[in-house]
Every structure is written in structure tokens, then in C-alpha cells.
Write a protein that binds this ligand. Structure first.
Ligand code: PEP
Length: 250
């Protein structure tokens, strides 16, 4: 099975209103047409407007979370169907800011993954250890457990992406050593093969956590690193496109 096409996905988190669409348009204009996938995941209020800004470009569009139910009495929540209706084709699930700030466990993430698949969205499922867990030598155990419990069986044969994001590296300017990144990515790949057989070779495994133009190329060249999930550096087109530029082409 050939290596997955690298994906560089920008997570805008709770940043950006109408004027920020100019950055999305600049990213659309500068994104390569083939060899690497580029995606933007803006806040929910921008999804529909961004789908218009990205129309005709190769840049894909994603949400940052969805509810596990397709609809109902869930004030403030957004379903996978609603994201798809607004023009999204991807959704980030299980980001550590959702796990920590909204008390989401692996079972919640797995239910959301199922909901995303039903709506035709490709899930980007995030896993990663805390600083305390890394210092205790538990990083591989924690990440492997999260992968097993956050990915429902119906993912077999479906398009999905994993993102390894050490919690302590997100927004901090800190990154693991290159060797540590490879070790975790290889453990994730072994787990995917164990869970899904040959199909476990297909999903890209992204690295996320303080990826910047200055460190992207060396991280993206590592074995089993199939792209990046980028927070802060995805808000400005020039920075984000410089990261895209450093990605190996399929
Ligand atoms: C993220 O939000 O997923 C992330 C990796 O953020 P940052 O790039 O800012 O560390």
C-alpha cells in the first residue's frame, strides 16, 4: 500500500471573524494543486463563509468538533450533518483542548467519530500525552490506549487521519525530540495495523504541537509523519504556506 498523501491542516481554534477570511483566500491562492493536502478548520461561525472563500481551490475545509447526535436538544452544539451542510468535509475530534476543557473521554471521541462517518466527514482524531505522563515514561502507553479506545471498529476501510499532539507541546513553543516523535508515530502505526490489518497502513499520522516554518520541514521528513496539525501558525497565510512548502510531496 502506498504512503498516505501528506495533510497539512490548520486549526484556527476560537480565532477569526469575517476579516480573517482574507487569510483563507490567500492560502487558497497559494496552496499546491497536488501532492499534498491542505485544510483549514475555522471556528463554526466561519465554516459556511470559508467554504465560499475556498471554492474552486484545492484547500479542504473542516470543523473543530461535532456532537455525537445528528440533532436535538443540545444547546450550543453542532452536529456532523450541520458541518457537512455548511461545506465541511473534515472534522477534528478529540483535540486535547476538548478532552481537557470539556471533559471528553475516549468513548465520547469514538461516538463523535461514528457520527462524523455517518455524515460523510473524514475525522482527524487527536491523541497525545500530558507532560506528567511523558515524565512518568507513560507516553507510548497513553497514546496507544487513546488510539485503541477513540477509534470505533466501523473506521475499517474508511478515510480517516490520526494526529499525535503532545499536550505539553501545544501552543507552548516546545516540541518533543525528533526521535520521540518517530517513536510515538511508529507505535501509532503498529496499533493501527493491529486494529485494522493492512488498512492500518492507509491513514496519515499528523504531528501537532508548535509546528512553525522554522521546524516544519525536519519534522515532516520523519518516518511515519504524514503531515501536521497546525494551530497558531495557521492563522497567517504566509506562515502556513511556508509550512506547506516544507512538506514532502506524495
Ligand atoms: C493545535 O491546536 O492543534 C496545535 C498544534 O496548536 P499549536 O500549533 O499552536 O501548538
Amino acid at each position: 500500500m502506498s504512503a498516505p498523501i501528506p495533510l497539512i491542516a490548520g486549526n484556527w481554534k476560537m480565532n477569526g471573524a469575517g476579516p480573517a477570511l482574507a487569510e483563507a483566500s490567500a492560502i487558497a491562492a497559494g496552496a499546491p494543486a497536488a501532492g499534498v493536502r491542505v485544510a483549514l478548520c475555522p471556528p463554526a461561525t466561519l465554516v459556511e463563509r470559508m467554504s465560499r472563500a475556498l471554492a474552486g481551490s484545492p484547500v479542504e475545509l473542516g470543523g473543530q468538533d461535532c456532537h455525537a447526535q445528528p440533532g436535538g436538544a443540545f444547546t450550543g452544539d453542532i452536529s456532523a450533518e450541520m458541518l457537512a451542510d455548511a461545506g465541511a468535509s473534515l472534522v477534528i475530534l478529540g483535540h486535547s483542548e476538548r478532552r481537557a476543557g470539556h471533559d471528553e473521554g475516549d468513548a465520547d471521541v469514538a461516538a463523535k467519530v461514528s457520527a462524523a462517518l455517518k455524515a460523510g466527514l473524514e475525522p482527524i482524531v487527536c491523541v497525545g500525552e500530558t507532560q506528567a505522563e511523558r515524565e512518568a515514561g507513560q507516553a507510548l502507553e497513553v497514546v496507544t490506549r487513546q488510539v485503541r479506545a477513540s477509534l470505533p471498529a466501523e473506521l475499517a476501510g474508511r478515510a480517516f487521519t490520526l494526529a499525535y499532539e503532545p499536550v505539553w507541546a501545544i501552543g507552548t513553543g516546545l516540541t518533543p525530540s525528533l526521535q520521540d516523535i518517530v517513536e510515538v508515530h511508529q507505535a501509532i502505526r503498529a496499533t493501527l495495523r493491529d486494529m485494522f490489518g493492512q488498512a492500518g497502513a492507509a491513514p496519515a499520522i499528523l504531528y501537532g504541537g508548535s509546528v512553525k516554518p522554522g521546524n516544519a520541514a525536519e519534522i515532516l521528513a520523519l518516518p511515519e509523519v504524514g503531515g501536521a496539525l497546525v494551530g497558531g501558525a495557521s492563522l497567517k497565510a504566509a506562515e502556513f504556506l511556508a509550512i506547506v512548502e516544507g512538506a514532502p510531496r506524495a
